[in-house]
Design a protein around this ligand. Structure first.
Ligand code: ZN
Ligand code: ZN
Ligand code: FE
Length: 738
């Protein structure tokens, strides 16, 4: 017999891990104990050496489904430990927890599990129709957590003392609700109600269902914030929502009743896609709309894709299915979009919902509850590229699971992120914890939400940064937030170029240590020369970068505001005789694209070089091309024209397809030229433009044919939502060099 001390790092708290360890050890007749150490779980095990392997392999293979083991350290016990009889009781025991400082793993929020869903609709169960039913395998986590270790008094459930029956389940290691912090029941848990109305519980749910059936718009408080909800099958309701939210065409996400409904509305391409839809994270998956789809076209105008997700809270299920008399009229597809005034962060509190959604007339009723949301988390979004999932927005269900880098790193970093689609990242040693989605920093409310979320996640993850990293752009509000925090926390602030951060994020996503050639294509980023960058070929390593090439520069009229107007970009390109084979410029004249007044303004700007900027933005070439081809002259949201262009590529002979093909070829040729000078054979593709699945696939094909290894994004978004990860890696490298 040998005494071992085993440390398990990862998501091992509040997911039924310790009872599982106890069961396993007892089954193998091993003495010892297991305890929570705050940042990890520690097992003391008295075990014959040959049996240790069996124990460890079963520990990994049979771990509870919501746990995630990231690292296991095994060592023989020290003589003093081995002599401590209390560590090795027989039978094996679950011991009290003692917190110890170290890497912290906070579980993301988890969608309702099958067993809880069955109990939800079981008339004989004491949690029948309870909108907050959960267990060790499911329920909110990150969004209700105040601090670690994960215990009930440190969550927003501390306002709801457990009743005797719930406490019995919570403290019984054999119960499936053992140590599940949000455990509650209709007697002791939170309650749903209509905001500023008399209806509570079931009546409130019925009222919301009736509103949806009548074609009204409602708001529903979920896990990470409020959603705006209406029937997705009702064109009139969806148009009303667009009008009230002042959102003319940006697609809405749809929640469908179940996987069969999803299969009716969309083409689910692979088993992997089906698993993503039904799995515990419940992201929005971008899928092709099916021929028989019943979803109103207004949900995603001129768009062959639909963003689909399945219900992930008990309340979502109750909204679809409830024992009132409305079930036959209730739609099985619902628009579920973030409940926020345009530009601002998702509403988290009743006060915000009242101020921004109810009193402004965006919604007709609000279904809320009295369990506070402590951290905002929008829904995550995943697209399918070559039938492989690519993260587009990494938020609820994934944040703050860390990215684990190999190799040694030391130090702590706060990376504040970019300006659009902001997320920030906290890093400690070789662990990078991306935050949930925060939003667009152009709105000051979002900038406030950023600061608030940074401080909350810092305390939650017990990370005190040594350095703050921000973008180079002097006028970014995210930089202002970083400056404020640097002052408040007395920390040094370093800035990093936008496209370099994009490439570093792709390197981190692939745990790549070697230098790469980076192709960073996006809408806009501040270049160190004061011009707009966005079509860059860079030589990058973890210490720095060099700009090797870019798409040929052009003068972009109207500065950043022209981002919304592809017609003006196209007209300006024609007028300045932009020499690039990438665009079909000769096919149109500037006068076809813009009014005479607009044309003379553009000519004036170009001639005097006033109110126009030198730019290498690949995003603007997409906008110009969409305008030249008559597909989209103006965009109501960033990337709209590029999407229209991508959707026009079904035919290989279409001019839109040719544009993608030409850009992919140009990129491969530029990388080959770069290879001659820098002798690197790995290319990393990053930037929002590479959300375009066709461009990514074509570029990969050409690069592979030219003998390159190609790195693309998987877990971290290629768009600006991912740059905080690149910034964090940069910060870690600065600290480690010291
Ligand atoms: Zn459950
Ligand atoms: Zn209870
Ligand atoms: Fe970018």
């Amino acid at each position: 017999m040998t005494s071992f001390i085993i440390k398990i790092f990862g998501i091992v708290q509040g997911v039924g891990f310790r009872p599982f360890v106890a069961r396993l050890a007892r089954e193998l007749s091993l003495a010892g104990s297991v305890r929570n150490r705050g940042s990890y779980v520690e097992i003391s095990l008295l075990c014959p050496r040959p049996k240790l392997d069996t124990f460890l392999s079963r520990l990994t293979a049979e771990a509870p489904e919501r746990s995630a083991i990231l690292r296991t350290d095994v060592r023989p016990a020290l003589p003093s430990e081995a002599a401590d009889k209390s560590l090795f009781p027989r039978p094996f025991a679950i011991a009290d927890s003692f917190s110890e400082a170290g890497a912290v793993f906070v579980s993301p929020d988890i969608g309702i599990c099958d067993r809880c869903r069955r109990e939800l609709y079981d008339k004989g169960n004491r949690r029948y129709l309870h909108p907050f039913i959960n267990c060790t395998a499911c329920g909110p986590r990150l969004t209700i957590l105040k601090s670690m270790p994960y215990d009930r008094e440190r969550t927003s459930m501390s306002d709801f003392p457990m009743c005797d029956e719930c406490r019995r389940e919570y403290t019984d290691p054999t119960d499936r609700r053992y140590d599940a912090q949000p455990v509650c029941c209709p007697h002791c848990g939170p309650q749903v109600f209509i905001l500023d109305g008399p209806e509570k519980d079931g009546e409130a749910i019925t009222k919301i269902r009736a509103n949806i059936i009548e074609g009204n718009i409602v708001a529903v408080k979920g896990i990470g914030g409020f959603h705006l909800v209406c029937s997705a099958a009702d064109s009139r309701a969806v148009s009303l929502l667009r009008q009230r939210k002042n959102r003319p065409s940006k697609p809405f996400a749809v929640m469908v009743r179940d996987i069969d409904t999803a299969a009716r509305e969309c083409i689910i391409p692979t088993d992997k896609a089906r698993e993503l839809l039904t799995g515990p994270q419940k992201p929005i998956l971008l899928l092709h709309r099916s021929a028989g789809s019943t979803i109103a076209p207004e949900v995603a105008p001129d768009n062959p894709h639909i963003g689909i997700m399945l219900p992930y809270t008990p309340l979502h299920h109750l909204i679809f299915d409830f024992p009132d008399d409305l079930n036959d009229r209730m739609p099985d597809t619902l628009v579920m979009t973030s409940g926020n005034p345009s530009g601002a962060p998702i509403c988290r509190t009743d006060e915000e919902a009242r101020e921004y959604l109810l009193s402004t007339g965006i919604v007709d009723a609000v279904l809320t509850n009295d369990r506070p949301i402590l951290l905002r988390a929008d829904d995550s979004v995943i697209s399918m590229t070559d039938n492989e999932p690519v993260m587009i927005r990494r938020s609820r269900g994934y944040a703050p699971l860390p990215l684990v880098l190999s190799g040694e790193m030391k130090g702590s970093v706060l990376a504040i992120g970019g300006e659009l689609k902001n997320s920030f990242c906290l890093a400690k040693d070789n662990l990078l914890y991306p935050s949930p989605y925060i939003g667009d920093m152009t709105d000051l409310r979002t900038a406030e939400a950023l600061e608030e979320s940074v401080l909350r996640l810092m305390s939650l993850l017990e990370i005190s940064p040594n350095i703050i990293v921000a973008d180079l752009h002097p006028r970014y509000n995210s930089l202002a937030v970083a400056r404020r925090l640097a002052k408040k926390l007395s920390l040094p602030l370093v800035q990093i170029q936008h496209h370099y951060a994009h490439i570093l994020s792709c390197m981190a996503d692939n745990d790549c240590h070697e230098p790469v050639i980076g192709a960073a294509f996006d809408g806009t980023g501040y270049g160190p020369d004061g011009t707009i960058w966005g079509g860059e070929i860079l030589r990058c390593d973890r210490a720095g970068f060099e700009r090797i090439d870019s798409i040929p520069p052009f003068l972009q009229p109207g500065g950043d505001t022209a981002a919304r107007c592809g017609r003006k970009i196209a007209a300006a390109l024609i007028q300045q005789k932009y020499s690039s084979s990438l665009l079909p410029l000769e096919s149109r004249s500037a006068a076809d694209l813009v009014s005479p007044q607009e044309l003379s303004a553009i000519e004036f700007q170009l001639r005097g070089q006033v109110n126009c900027v030198k730019s290498t933005s690949a995003g603007r070439l997409f906008d110009a091309c969409a305008a030249l081809l008559g597909l989209k002259g103006n965009s109501s949201f960033e990337g709209e024209a590029a999407m229209a262009l991508e959707f026009a590529t079904a035919d290989i002979d279409s001019p839109a397809y040719k544009f993608h093909e030409d850009l992919a070829r140009w990129t491969a040729a530029a990388c080959e030229k770069a290879r001659e000078s820098c002798r690197l054979s790995t290319v990393a593709l990053s930037g929002g433009v590479f959300q375009n699945t066709l461009l990514t696939a074509l570029t990969r094909t050409h690069l592979t044919a030219a003998g390159f290894r190609v790195l693309t994004h998987r877990h971290i978004p290629p768009n600006d939502g991912g740059i905080s990860i690149g910034q964090a890696l940069y910060g870690l490298c600065i600290l480690y060099k010291k």
